[in-house]
Design a protein around this ligand. Structure first.
Ligand SMILES: Nc1nc(=O)c2c([nH]1)NC[C@@H]1CN(c3ccc(C(=O)N[C@@H](CCC(=O)O)C(=O)O)cc3)CN21
Ligand SMILES: CC(C)C(=O)C(=O)O
Ligand SMILES: [Mg+2]
Length: 263
């Protein structure tokens, strides 16, 4: 899937072919996944899967910019989304100033903001000023401390109502697509049907307009947790550890290097 998708092309995929979104944090993996992904997300999940922290809260704008540039280098033909980290979009003015920084310092195609109706004013301010926005509703990882954990949404009638309102507000604010995370599949399906922009799910069932996964989860490199929504397409950790041990053994047995690796 080379040749970068446009926002118009992404919107047209609604009701057509599901969109494939995968995270990447560096040029090396971005290049590997470019042929398979419609959109690459430089997620603030990098604070966990790259930096080893226990949540996403401490990711900084400078780190997001650094990783976004690395990803764009590795996947120059991909549509790239940069997550706005915690604390960088608490008001319209901060949000715009920080999103402009992302746009001026990286070739990212859009930013992503967590929140629904409560963030609609901020999303509108960004889209009014030439910053494309991907929304993010449902389970919001940046609210993990205030919520006391990661809580699946859409379990009650009130939550269902709230999600439908959030999706509508995000759409009306001008977002061109949105992620829906950690939501009961029936409700995510309703949400996707209630708006005209693509709704991309993670832990939100199959009846949405696309899927996103963290690359290190789906490839089996991230062993800190294995939530129910992750499917492991590769047992990366086992493969890597086996290869590394083989190298270690060969060094200790003087089996490496041999003639072909010696000057
Ligand atoms: N590597 C990685 N993968 C992710 O998917 C991810 C991140 N990091 N960092 C940011 C957020 C955090 N995410 C998470 C983390 C944990 C659960 C979790 O523990 N879920 C419970 C369900 C809780 C409930 O039932 O209410 C589970 O058992 O799946 C969910 C999403 C998703 N995002
Ligand atoms: C889980 C996805 C949607 C995300 O926001 C991230 O990787 O940071
Ligand atoms: Mg994120």
């Amino acid at each position: 899937m080379s040749k970068k998708l446009t926002i118009t092309a992404i919107k047209k995929r609604k009701g057509e072919k599901p969109l494939v979104m995968i995270t990447a944090y560096d040029a090396l993996f971005a290049k590997l996944l470019e042929p398979s992904a419609d959109m690459i997300l430089v997620g603030d999940s990098l604070n966990m899967s790259f930096a080893g922290r226990s949540d996403t809260i401490s990711a900084t704008l400078e780190q997001m910019i650094y990783h976004t540039n690395a990803v764009c280098k590795g996947a120059p033909e991909s549509f790239v989304i940069c997550d706005m980290p915690f604390g960088t979009y608490t008001c319209k003015e901060d949000a715009l100033r920080n999103a402009i920084k992302v746009f001026q310092k990286t070739p990212a195609d859009c930013v992503k903001i967590e929140g629904g109706k409560d963030k609609a004013g901020i999303i509108k301010h960004l889209t009014d000023n030439g910053i494309a926005v991907c929304g993010h509703i449902g389970l919001l990882p940046q609210s993990v401390r205030s919520e006391g954990g990661y809580k699946v949404k859409g379990k009650t009638a009130d939550e269902r109502e709230q999600l439908l309102k959030d999706a509508k507000a995000v759409e009306e604010a001008g977002a061109f697509c949105m992620v829906i995370e950690g939501t009961k599949a029936e409700v995510a399906k309703e949400v996707a049907q209630s708006v005209t922009i693509p709704v991309i799910g993670i832990g939100a069932g199959a009846e949405v307009d696309g899927q996103v996964l963290v690359f290190s989860d789906m490839l089996g490199f991230f062993e800190e947790f294995t939530p129910k929504f992750v499917k492991k397409y590769l047992d990366g950790a086992t493969l890597v550890k086996k290869a590394l041990q083989e190298y270690a053994d060969e060094v200790q047995n003087r089996q490496f290097p041999t003639e072909e690796h010696i000057y």
